[in-house]
Design a protein around this ligand. Structure first.
Ligand SMILES: [Mn+2]
Length: 324
């Protein structure tokens, strides 16, 4: 491993009063990595805390030891970000720290290296995998709790070791982690499988209004406030639904359209065939994201939003067929 990285990490591990920052709307990787690092500092008798913009999803709260909100609790003398590729990813609550990050530990190729020390491994599956390698290389002792959190981080970003970012090294690291004592199947089940009954009820009702266009290549799923209310569901219960419809055979592009409390429509788009670029569609409405996963907000009624979204998708689909 790069000697400059190890020097920087050893320096970090010598610090006290450390603030760990994660990206906005925190996921399993940034939280698992942050809380494993937090525990390492605690084991050394240091003061440390984790901060995030946005709340922690209910399926990730085992990682945060039950915490739903993560706020800074003291004036730090060292700031480290984990899994944060760019400064805007810190979100509004942590924007005040964006220009003063001392250490940046990440695995995104797109990392802009905004910190004083940047430890970035673009080929690693997850920030958790990077932190494990740093712990081992710098002789930081790993305990059962840290192993569980690192395992959660890696399992999250690899989609339970299913995505193409899962390498032989990812499995080697995971094999090392499984030598510690923790309930690995329970970690996976809590992060990926368990949902409240109301979410399944909402999915059942919503699927009745599934719309298929172009021989099922385009799939839209409108979810109204009425559906949410009648099933006692909450906004966060909608988040997994786009992955559900993405599984339908023959789909090229799919989207959920959720009516917001303000009466607009929040759209989540997924490429189902890995060819269709959904970020181009999202950008028509001022949104953005990745080629395979994007989102946008369309002002106005559900009916209107559905028509406009379909037109934007069709324009792109026709271009694709013409070989443009
Ligand atoms: Mn990550």
């Amino acid at each position: 491993m790069n000697e400059a990285y190890l020097t920087a990490f050893r320096e970090l591990m010598s610090m006290d009063d450390v603030l760990i920052l994660v990206h906005r709307n925190p996921d399993g990787d940034c939280l698992g990595t942050a809380f494993a690092l937090k525990r390492a500092f605690e084991n050394l008798g240091r003061r440390v805390c984790v901060a995030a913009t946005g709340t922690v999803d209910r399926n990730l709260r085992d990682i945060t030891d039950g915490a739903e909100e993560l706020k800074p609790t003291f004036l730090p003398s060292a700031i480290v970000s984990v899994d944060v590729a760019t400064q805007p990813m810190l979100g509004p609550d942590l924007a005040c720290y964006a220009d003063t990050v001392d250490y940046n530990i990440d695995h995104h190729y797109t990392n802009t290296e905004y910190a004083r020390n940047n430890i970035v491994f673009g080929s690693a599956s997850s920030a958790g995998e990077v932190l494990f390698d740093l712990f081992r290389a710098c002789d930081v002792e790993i305990d059962d709790v840290m192993a569980e959190k690192l395992y959660a981080a890696i399992a999250f970003d690899t989609g339970c070791f299913r995505y193409s970012n899962t390498t032989a090294h990812t499995h080697e690291v995971t094999a090392e982690l499984l030598k510690y004592s923790f309930d690995a199947p329970a970690v996976i089940r809590k992060m990926f499988d368990i949902v409240p009954l109301r979410q399944l009820k909402l999915e059942r009702v919503a699927l009745d209004s599934l719309r298929l266009y172009h021989d099922g290549r385009v799939i839209l799923l409108p979810i109204t406030r009425k559906m949410l209310e009648e099933n006692g569901a909450e906004d966060e219960d909608v988040s997994g639904m786009v992955s559900l419809i993405r599984r339908i055979e023959g789909a090229a592009v799919c989207a959920t359209l959720k009516e917001t409390k303000e009466g607009d429509v929040k759209v989540s788009l997924r490429s189902a065939d890995d060819i269709f670029d959904v970020s181009a569609v999202a950008s028509v409405f001022g949104g953005g994201g990745h080629v395979k996963a994007s989102g946008c907000l369309i002002k106005g009624s559900m009916e209107d939003a559905e028509q406009r979204l379909l037109s934007a998708i069709e324009a792109r689909l026709c271009g694709q067929e013409d070989g443009v």
